[in-house]
Design a protein around this ligand. Structure first.
Ligand code: SAM
Length: 277
């Protein structure tokens, strides 16, 4: 009988977030497959767990995946961990799970923290419907095609991003998707945990002029304006909310007008009157 592949969630910053079951599985399996064995080695030593590590990452996943599969088929239980968070989410674990499925090897999950779900929960943006978009490609064509496919998507959009690519990504999102609310969620569960709730235009300004990107980011972006028109009153409420988030008067009026059958100029004037009061 074959062994089981355990997908074990590990902390995304705070060590106390490791579950008792994760400790138990990491201690009892024959082998732990890890994206970066140094990172996982440190985690294991902090948890006081001694076990064998096996390197499994993007650049060796084909060859090492076959080796892991053969050990699983021989009856060994194996844990798979990511550098942080849930394995198989934006990491090569996805391929190993597919390989196990193809060979009828049981896969079990030991859920733990996940950056995207934690960021969505804390973002303050709608959570009922969302789409996880992972990392945007750095290849220009693939990146632009990806962004174009999101333009009409009304769901909240979630991206992962590295600090050195943040400014370009904010700029591209603004240019391709227009001004929208965004929550920049960084360093979750760590000392410098921060959530900046703003708009794309303000975020571009902030990171171009004032703030240096630092740490790990999840970008949670408001979806496209719903196509069904809302009433002018609702449009005005939306415009006021956008103003509070820092959007310019003209952009907020335009955004609200796009969602109503109302005129941009009328909403602009109503906003101006309200703000002058
Ligand atoms: N498998 C992990 C998960 O989803 O739970 C994510 C792996 S992905 C390679 C790493 C990305 O997750 C980072 O670039 C960042 O976007 C996000 N991330 C990880 N830890 C984070 C944290 N503490 N705060 C904010 N974002 C984080």
């Amino acid at each position: 009988m074959s062994g089981t592949l355990y997908l074990v969630g590990t902390p995304i910053g705070n060590l106390s977030d490791v579950s008792p079951r994760a400790r138990e599985i990491l201690s009892s399996v024959s082998l732990i497959a890890a994206e970066d064995t140094r990172v996982t080695g440190k985690l294991l030593s902090l948890l006081g767990i001694e076990n064998q590590l096996f390197s499994y990452h993007e650049h060796n996943k084909k060859e090492k995946g076959e080796k892991l599969l053969s050990r699983l088929l021989d009856g060994e239980d194996i844990a798979l961990v990511s550098d942080a968070g849930m394995p198989a989410i934006s990491d090569p674990g996805e391929d190993l799970v597919a390989l196990c499925k193809d060979h009828d090897v049981p896969v079990s999950v030991v859920p733990g923290p996940c950056a995207l779900v934690s960021a969505l929960a804390i973002s303050g943006l709608p959570t009922a419907r969302f789409s996880f978009e992972g990392f945007l490609s750095t290849a220009k064509n693939a990146r632009m095609t990806h962004l174009a496919s999101l333009k009409e998507d009304e769901r909240t959009l979630i991206f992962y991003e590295a600090p050195h690519k943040l400014v370009r990504t904010l700029q591209d999102l603004y240019e391709k998707l227009g001004d929208r609310r965004i929550s920049l969620v960084r360093e979750l569960t760590k000392l410098h945990e921060e959530v900046i709730r703003t708009t794309l235009s303000q975020a571009v300004l902030l990171y171009n002029e004032e703030k240096k990107p630092r740490g790990e980011y999840v970008l949670v972006l408001e979806g496209a304006a719903p196509k069904a028109p809302c009433s002018e009153e609702e449009g005005l409420e939306l415009a006021l909310a956008l103003r509070k988030e820092g959007m310019s008067l003209m952009s907020a009026a335009k955004e609200a007008a796009g969602r109503t059958d109302g005129s941009k100029n009328r909403i602009y004037k109503q906003l101006l009157d309200l703000e002058e009061d």
